[in-house]
Design a protein around this ligand. Structure first.
Ligand code: KG4
Ligand code: ZN
Length: 359
């Protein structure tokens, strides 16, 4: 196998149209040759959330330009690229198919290997873009669609320790921001306005905090925010207090559940040395969450690792990187690979959603 491997990555699973060219060097470090992300915030702002058909249309309109820009910025010709990786799931079907189809077409026309990447594996391996990281490590993946604790054992090998039984954390941030009329996307705005509020003003519920292992639940918290938001009557200070109290409650839940996940990790592995704890996904951009989980790491003897902000949210650098890692393991896909709206990293994990759920 060649010493340096270079992949074009394509990502269109939700509301970011992204393409990147990443090289893996001989020493296994990553070189970001280009990393282009076009966000669709403007398209979805007035609806307060992602509208799948509008997102798909924006992907179709932008994807050629974004891929060309990624290739031009990398200063490489197509001949110098070793393979193409595109996100094939999980995500919005109408969006996934845009990037997946163009990825497959480029691979077919340029006669390059194609790797269908699980978006969650992209997030899971994203710390490798900036750090040398050893398997196994503990991962908290918190994004708009997922909230999970996973043991990352190797490429393609994951053990889920816990997951949300209802809303994803990013979704809870976005809905809270919508209820408080703090704009879209909600996460960064909740973080911003929390700084102006009293985080102890509201006592909000901490669902399943003392049970169900390191599974998570945010629906009850969101409902409590809705109830309190009805009594705010435009009072800005109360609004900021509620934002701050919401974020503070999220931090309390994550601290408690992270300790539990770390205990489970230690019980399942026999490692003596310090292990990395990675927080990935869009919500990992939140500074207060980073600070609080760093405290937990210090207490539990884990090494905190937070990807750079540009690799927390959706991007194609992580997709190209996961593509390279899979390619090196000969995990190459055929061009008839179909998009998957649901695609768990640990296929043996119980699906913890729906009525009648018992924990
Ligand atoms: O990983 P991501 O870009 O897309 C998905 O795969 O879902 O995550 C997007 C989510 C959104 O819900 C957004 O509100 C949230 O990440 N987010 C944040 C922050 N920045 C983005 N949540 C809390 N604090 C932030 N600073
Ligand atoms: Zn994501």
């Amino acid at each position: 196998m060649k010493k340096n491997i270079t992949f074009l990555g394509i990502e269109t699973s939700c509301d970011e149209t992204a393409a990147a060219v990443i090289q893996e060097n001989e020493d296994n470090s990553a070189m970001i040759l280009s990393n282009i992300v076009s966000s669709q915030i403007k398209e979805h702002e007035k609806f307060g959330g992602v509208v799948p058909e509008l997102a798909a249309r924006a992907h179709v309109e932008n994807i050629d330009f974004i891929i060309n820009k990624a290739l031009n910025d990398s200063k490489l010709s197509m001949e110098e690229i070793d393979g193409i990786a595109a996100t094939a799931g999980p995500g919005l079907m109408v969006c996934l198919t845009v990037g997946l189809n163009i990825g497959k077409s480029i691979a077919a026309f340029a006669n390059k290997p194609f790797v269908a990447v699980n978006h969650l594996e992209g997030h899971a391996l994203s710390p490798g873009l900036e750090n040398k990281i050893k398997f196994p490590y503990l991962l908290l993946l918190i994004s708009g669609g997922h909230s999970q604790y996973l043991i990352v054992k190797d490429i393609g090998k994951y053990e889920q320790l816990g997951t949300t039984i209802d809303d994803a954390l990013g979704e809870a941030f976005d809905k809270t921001a919508k209820m408080l009329d703090l704009g879209y996307p909600g996460g960064p705005n909740i973080e911003k306005f929390s700084k102006l509020g009293d985080k102890n003003f509201y006592k909000l519920p901490e669902p399943i905090i003392n049970r169900a292992g390191c599974n998570l639940s945010f629906a009850g918290l969101k409902t409590a925010v809705l109830r309190e938001s009805k009594n705010i009557n435009g009072d800005l200070q109360l609004k900021y207090n509620l934002a701050a109290s919401f974020q503070n409650t999220v931090n309390k839940i994550l601290m408690k559940k992270t300790k539990e996940a770390m205990r489970q990790f230690k019980n399942k592995t026999t490692l003596k040395e310090e292990v990395s704890f990675v927080v990935a996904g869009g919500v990992a951009a939140n500074q207060s969450i980073r600070e609080n989980l760093t405290l937990v790491c210090n207490e539990m003897n884990f090494k905190p690792l937070f990807p750079n902000l540009k690799f927390c949210g959706d991007n194609a650098a992580m997709i190209a990187w996961a593509g390279i890692k899979r390619y090196k393991k000969k995990l190459i896909n055929k061009l008839d690979f179909a998009a998957k709206s649901r695609w768990p990293l640990d296929p043996t994990a119980r699906y913890l959603k729906g009525p009648g759920l018992k924990l």
